[in-house]
Ligand binder design. Structure first.
Ligand code: UGA
Length: 426
């Protein structure tokens, strides 16, 4: 099938490359000319495990362009994968979605064939209906007879997105039009996943509830972890014990400095904001966010105790900037919150991350960025482990104080720890 994809963020690019591997011809649209050029050279525009290889494998089937109208005109189905940024308090902007729908509507004015539009971006319940209205008003075409629309949320994890694309737990398709559901079944042919058919709002809400539940699971184990720490109990063992109950399961159950990234903080805030707007006080979601906001401070309290509150001028190694391993993404990374706090205390920071240093240099140009993790350790008296990069287990920590905020040295690797090692919740 000929498919256009709007938005070359990690979802749009992974989706394009994955669909091309399934045999489809893709036109990927982005306003950023640099990204378009990189993609047309057969390279990924950002770091994502396995993506460079996949893009170069399918480069003859993926064409990138800045021309949205041409892309829609030349294809049968369009995925909208643009960003939905939100303000600190949770209000979500869907201007880019509306803009894409407007452009699609304008293109459909002069396209006689029926076109299929699918929204992938994370949007609150009610948005699909708004999109249908825009496309319909602008193009003068009727849904579902002259154009069709579906909401098909994505559940890819950054850093595992290529694997996740080909191994999806389920594919959710929300629409009231059977025809687009059949089209999407054809699009995803080759992926062995159950398909759940729903209405628009159900599909939109499934995405939010999914992320909110996972975020809750993390804040839950962090709360238990904070209590364990006070009681001298190892949270990792407790998580293992409760994870053996099949109703709980052991996955996604690691305590640490809290969740970051471009999804959980934004999506939980957006859902809480929407609930409040509708007159419901989302107490659990607010608690999930509160616990998460405080979690990096727990690590700083442990460090404070070790240094007797005397942080000014101390040399501290920061190992890890990315919000998790296998990505260079630092959005909402707890590591950055910790750096800010330490700068306020006038500490000397020696910073290393294998992939995320360039983006952090733009935010904090004056830190001591080291060329190896070992150099950061050697220059410091205390080491903070803030991203779970596996290479951090292979370093020589001597007898330095090491505080682990990410389970770098989990139970399997406990024998590799420095003897002055302490975990945030273990
Ligand atoms: C998350 C979801 O996992 C995806 O299913 C979803 O598609 C995506 O958001 C999205 O909405 O686009 P992602 O943000 O890439 O994916 O990363 P995760 O692997 O979910 O990790 C999120 C944060 O939780 C990270 O900071 C991670 O370190 C933290 N985390 C994760 C924990 O603290 N403990 C855990 O046990 C697992």
């Amino acid at each position: 099938m000929k498919i256009s994809v709007i938005g070359a963020g990690y979802v749009g690019v992974v989706l394009s490359a994955g669909l091309a591997r399934l045999g489809h011809d893709i036109i990927l649209v982005d306003i950023n000319e640099e990204k378009v050029k990189t993609l047309n050279e057969g390279k990924a525009p950002f770091y994502e495990k396995g993506l460079d290889e996949l893009i170069s494998e399918v480069k003859d089937k993926v064409k990138a362009t800045t021309d949205l109208k041409e892309a829609v005109k030349a294809t049968e189905l369009t995925f909208i994968c643009v960003g939905t940024p939100s303000r600190k308090e949770g209000y979500m902007h869907i201007e880019q979605i509306k803009e894409a729908c407007l452009e699609i509507g304008l293109t459909l004015l002069r396209k006689p064939e029926k076109h299929y539009v699918v929204i992938k971006s994370t949007v609150l319940p009610g948005t699909s209906e708004e999109c249908i209205k825009i496309i319909s008003e602008v193009s003068g075409k009727k849904f579902p007879s002259e154009f069709s629309f579906a909401m098909n949320p994505e559940f890819l994890r950054e850093g595992n997105a290529v694997y996740d694309f080909f191994n999806q737990d389920r594919i959710v398709i929300g629409s009231t039009d059977k025809e687009i559901v059949e089209k999407l079944r054809e699009v995803y042919k080759g992926i062995e996943s159950p398909i759940l058919e729903t209405k628009f709002r159900d599909a939109e809400m499934i995405k939010y509830a999914n992320n909110a539940f996972l975020a809750t699971k993390i804040s839950f184990i962090n709360e238990i972890g904070n209590i364990c720490k006070k009681l001298g109990v190892d949270t990792n063992i407790v998580a293992k014990g409760i994870g053996m109950d099949f109703r709980i399961n052991p996955h996604f159950f690691k305590s640490g400095i809290g969740f970051g990234g471009s999804c959980f903080p934004k999506d939980v805030s957006a859902l809480a904001y929407k609930a409040t707007e509708k007159g419901y006080a989302p107490r659990l979601l607010n608690a999930v966010l509160d616990i998460n906001r405080d979690q990096p401070m727990k690590l700083l309290t442990i460090m404070d105790n070790k240094l007797n509150g005397d942080i000014k001028g101390k040399n501290i190694a920061i190992l890890g900037l990315a919000f998790k391993a296998d990505t260079d993404d630092v959005r909402e990374s707890p590591s950055l919150q910790i750096i800010k706090e330490l700068l306020l205390e006038q500490a000397n920071l020696h910073v290393y991350d294998p992939s995320a240093m360039e983006s952090v240099k733009k935010i904090f140009p004056h830190l001591n960025y080291t060329s190896t993790a070992q150099e950061a350790i050697d220059n410091s008296e205390i080491v903070l482990l803030l991203t779970e990069w596996p290479e951090f287990t292979e370093l020589n920590y001597g007898d330095k104080h090491v505080i682990d905020g990410k389970n770098v040295f989990d139970t399997d690797k406990a024998h590799l720890r420095s003897k002055n090692y302490e975990g945030i919740c273990w």
